[in-house]
Write a protein that binds this ligand. Structure first.
Ligand code: PEP
Ligand code: MN
Length: 372
């Protein structure tokens, strides 16, 4: 059950205190208080977790500070979008807005390799107006003999270079709780020249201890990648672990699912699920065309499969694109087959702008026809 308080309520007021006390007195119910920053207004929502069947919605709605009560109909107690009018989770992190209504591009290195490549990637991003990137330091690899990422040793250089080129958010996968400490320690030492979005990789989608660890810190937002071998429902439940642990700043990333039927692509591209995540949950949705498509081949029309897949996600309203670029793809140590040459960044961004405009037009068209 979600109790939405009156928009203007003051947390020091008597009506707020009275309402909170009344909710706290309900037996066997855990309360979670969350401030939801919508595009238009900021609301306080109180989640009543536990068996709420016996609680009267009318009694709660009669409390002085309450605006409305939503009975949660499904299992996604915190992340679920329970009615069409239920606000999405939007948040600002390090000056960048994330929501179900806007779009951010995170182009960058799959794996950090050399300081020169970090520098030229970030310089190029800045030259094209970008403030976000991806930089893999901790790489989960199929073989223990493969390059495992530079880990902690590359963080200081990556963060300093980001600061130098105005990069505000770096998506970076963590595979162990210790990595969160390493990232925050180095950011603190450097005086926070940039921000980090912690990434949960597809292989760890159901690593519940890692999810609890990442979810119970609120310093960094989280990019959660769907599991490549589990259902969408199971992936959303896994993301719910993050929210239940206390962190609601979550972006859900589609990155394809493992299937031989996706061949010649690396995975079966699942971007038709963008609208499903928007409908079922309150999370902004990211697409990762690099790991889903996995090859940089071009079609007869001169457009690569990765560009096409990106367009397919954006035209359905995706809110973030996580994509591998490299100054010289053949020399990339990890996933070289899917990296887009850095010199193609302006082409990629212009292509995205075309499809984003088309999505906006489609949304307006739906508004006109939907109201008929
Ligand atoms: C990545 O983004 O670097 C990555 C390893 O992706 P995934 O977890 O989706 O395979
Ligand atoms: Mn990769």
């Amino acid at each position: 059950m979600i109790v939405i308080l009156k928009p203007s309520i003051d947390e020091r007021s008597a009506e707020y205190e009275y309402t909170l006390k009344a909710l706290q007195s309900i037996p066997r119910i855990e309360l979670q208080i969350h401030t939801v920053k919508g595009i238009q207004e900021t609301l306080i929502e109180i989640y009543l977790l536990g068996d709420t069947d016996h609680i009267s919605k009318d009694n709660i709605e009669a409390l002085p500070g309450v605006s409305r009560v939503i009975r949660i109909s499904d299992d996604y107690k915190i992340l679920g979008r329970n009615t069409a009018h239920h606000n999405g989770f939007s948040f600002e992190y390090n000056g960048v807005l994330f929501s179900q209504d806007n779009l951010n591009v995170f182009a960058g290195l799959c794996a950090v390799d050399t300081p020169e490549n970090v520098e030229s990637t970030m310089r190029t991003l800045q030259a094209h107006g970008q403030v976000c990137t991806r930089m893999g330091a901790y790489k989960p690899r199929t073989s223990p003999y493969a390059f495992q990422g530079l880990g902690k040793s590359c963080l200081a250089n990556v963060f300093e270079t980001a600061g130098k080129y105005g990069i505000k958010v770096i998506a970076m996968e963590v595979t162990h709780e210790r990595h969160i400490e390493e990232i925050s320690e180095i950011l603190n030492n450097l005086g926070h020249p940039t921000g980090v979005m912690l990434q949960i990789g597809t292989r760890n989608a159901q690593n519940f201890e890692l999810l609890r660890a990442v979810g119970s810190q609120t310093m960094f937002p989280v990019l959660f990648k769907r599991g490549y071998g589990i259902t969408l429902d199971e992936s959303i439940h896994a993301a719910e672990y993050l929210a239940h642990a206390g962190n609601h700043r979550i972006i859900f990333c589609l990155r394809g699912v493992k299937s031989i039927f996706g061949r010649p692509h690396r995975n079966m591209v699942d971007f038709a699920h963008v609208s499903v995540i928007h409908r079922l949950t309150r999370m902004p949705v990211c697409i990762d065309p690099s790991h889903s498509v996995g090859i940089s081949s071009r079609s007869y029309d001169g457009i690569s499969d990765i560009f096409h897949a990106t367009a397919q996600g954006i035209i359905s309203g995706a809110n973030m694109v996580l994509v591998d670029f490299h100054p010289h793809p053949p020399s990339a140590i990890v996933d070289s087959r899917q990296a887009i040459p850095l010199k193609e960044l302006p082409w990629f961004l212009e292509d995205i702008a075309i499809t984003r405009e088309a999505y906006k037009k489609r949304k307006n068209l739906a508004k006109r026809h939907g109201n008929e």
